[in-house]
Write a protein that binds this ligand. Structure first.
Ligand SMILES: [Zn+2]
Length: 331
């Protein structure tokens, strides 16, 4: 073999090796983005794959609609949130903020305008160090006095993943400090949002709630409960429990887009029955905010809710869309 053909051989073998490794990687990568639950890498797979989204012919719900579950983060500019809401059919929104001091809330409020309301958390959230902070309770008192806060949360009792806590969070909700947060919220007449992916197994949490008579709990994301029968039972037996439909109805982003939605935008008869039966204690929510990709999909999420609500009788649709929001957060 002469020098030239030797070099040629070396080149073709290495390039073959390179391309086969590359295509293996590429196909594996592609696969992990698709399919339900298979090979799920927990980081942002949003916007990929084909979720179930059935055709809809009809008139979507036309009334007012408020977003009861959204976050603002410093990673996304305030301007981007304002634009997103302007381009969506949500008229108002409740936003979870990291800020809790009156001064910073006032500053954000001035930028956002009158259609936005704040929900705040009493936990420290940096570096997965999720724990109650006494000084935040003091700030909450002040902010409430100035009417800058309308809710407490989102409290993470059982969370599998969040960008700020990739390992997930498990909180001892039976601890004195956690119960203290609920009592504080009840005293200030602020509803509490709880994110608990194991809510249905935590019956003792319902006992804690019952012992705080004025407490109202918004169980975020339908408490991850898939069964309509179980949701019905929970809401029938616990009048202090409200719930929001964020994520579990979302085919645009989030875990249920991948795993399959609990309630589709064209809901089953069973779900329609339950939504109408408990229409006083159900809210809609987008759960935007974790990153800019979610914020960009806000208008689509809003439109999907309008399709979903059009399947309910008008009085139920209006309660779930905005009347419960007005009542619960006293706006
Ligand atoms: Zn949540």
């Amino acid at each position: 073999m002469n020098k030239r053909s030797f070099l040629k051989l070396i080149f073709s073998t290495t390039s073959l090796l390179f391309f086969s490794t590359f295509s293996l990687f590429a196909s594996g990568h592609k696969r992990s983005g698709k399919g339900r639950g298979r090979g799920r890498s927990k980081k942002n797979k949003e916007g990929r794959g084909k979720p179930e989204r059935e055709e809809f012919i009809g008139t979507p719900y036309q009334g007012k609609m408020y977003d009861a579950h959204a976050h603002i983060t410093s990673k996304v500019s305030i301007k981007t949130y304002i634009e997103a809401y302007k381009n969506s059919t949500f008229d108002k929104a409740g936003l979870f903020t990291k800020s809790i001091k009156s001064k910073s809330l006032e500053k954000i409020k001035n930028k956002l305008g009158k259609n936005f309301f704040f929900f705040v958390d009493l936990h420290k959230r940096e570096k997965s160090n999720y724990q109650f902070v006494k000084s935040r309770a003091k700030s909450l008192n002040m902010a409430k006095q100035k009417n800058l806060v309308h809710g407490v949360g989102e409290l993470y009792y059982n969370l599998s993943f969040a960008p700020f806590a990739p390992q997930g969070i498990k909180t001892n909700y039976k601890s004195k400090s956690e119960i203290g947060i609920l009592e504080k919220a009840a005293e200030l007449k602020l509803p509490v949002f709880i994110h608990d992916e194991k809510f249905y197994e935590h019956q003792d949490l319902l006992d804690i709630v019952k012992k705080i008579p004025n407490l109202k709990v918004v169980l975020a994301h339908l408490g991850y409960i898939k069964s309509p029968r179980k949701v019905d039972k929970l809401l029938t037996n616990n009048k202090q429990i409200y719930t929001d439909l964020s994520l579990v109805t979302n085919s645009r982003f989030g875990p249920f887009k991948r795993k399959g939605l609990i309630i589709k935008r064209v809901p089953s008869k069973k779900w329609i029955e339950i939504l109408e039966k408990h229409d006083d204690r159900i809210l809609v929510g987008s759960d935007i905010g974790a990153d800019v990709q979610r914020v960009k999909r806000l208008s689509k999420v809003a439109n999907d809710y309008r399709i979903l609500l059009s399947h309910l009788k008008k009085s139920s649709a209006e309660k779930i869309a905005y009347k419960n929001f007005e009542k619960l957060f006293s706006i």
